[in-house]
Design a binder for this molecule. Sequence first.
Ligand code: SF4
Ligand code: MG
Length: 317
Amino acid sequence: MSSIPISLLNLEDDTPVCLTADEYQKKEGKWCSGCGDFGALNAVKRLLAKEQLKPEKMAFVSGIGCSSRFPHYVNSYGFHGIHGRALPVATGLKLARPELDVFVVMGDGDCTSIGAGHWIHATRYNTNMTVLLLDNNIYGLTKNQTSPTTPQGHTSNTSPRGAVLPALDPLQTTLGVSNASFVAQTADWVPAHLYATLQAAYEHPGFSFVRILQRCPKFTPDVFIDNVKNPDLTELLVHENGVNVPGLDKLYKAQREHDPGDLDEARALAQRKDKLRLGIFFRDDTFPVYDEVRAVPPVTPEEKINRLEKEFGRYAV
Ligand code: SF4
Ligand code: MG
């Protein structure tokens, strides 16, 4: 568990924190030059500053991977866990400490491979947390191995003749899970859209899943390059309940009115590969939220001790 500076830690103090975006950064990110993780960190810092979240009232949970270094760089509590297990850790944390704002940061290898089972169930549980999937289409930390989202044909250390299977699509997968309540896609090279998407995700009362297309200049420099260079290959999903960034239509002229309440249309759009689509594919604020529906009545410390002693008494010899 990483810790916040003692100067910022005052659990009794309810006065506003008044932190700037840069003051939410604990130390310099150690990613390669040009890595898209920097853009995600900047957007998160802006969000934290806008919301003026107290460092001691939030936690960043990650698994293993380049992007999972995130908790080390944010001025908050953090848990840099084990591979694929960020979601169960975060779920447990949110259930035990519902007053915390919980953020989860995972890579594609982390979430969609070893963590895939947790991903499916955490989506269905719809626990209230903001979930960032930083998808660079490769295992970066372990140096260039094919992940489930690696494009078919892309060569890597583990697929020297090219990935043989079609890539898994995290949007389609998440949209296929019962009770999935917020599914969005954005990209590190469109910072205004990235920030606005994270803002909407944070405000959503439930499991907000945001796939962030993340450039990895080290191992997958080619996978997003066409979209970075040519905005016409990208279509923004816009709607009064979606992500709307003033002025972005000047650069991204292809826009589609999409009602994020339409699940069938969201699934159809996620399946289409004619353009890259950024925006909120689906959201529904009314779906059951696990940390609310399973809420148990508070127990006093005395009651807890009584229950424990009763349990221990069952095994007394
Ligand atoms: Fe970023 Fe790729 Fe470098 Fe990892 S290997 S820090 S994902 S650029
Ligand atoms: Mg990756």
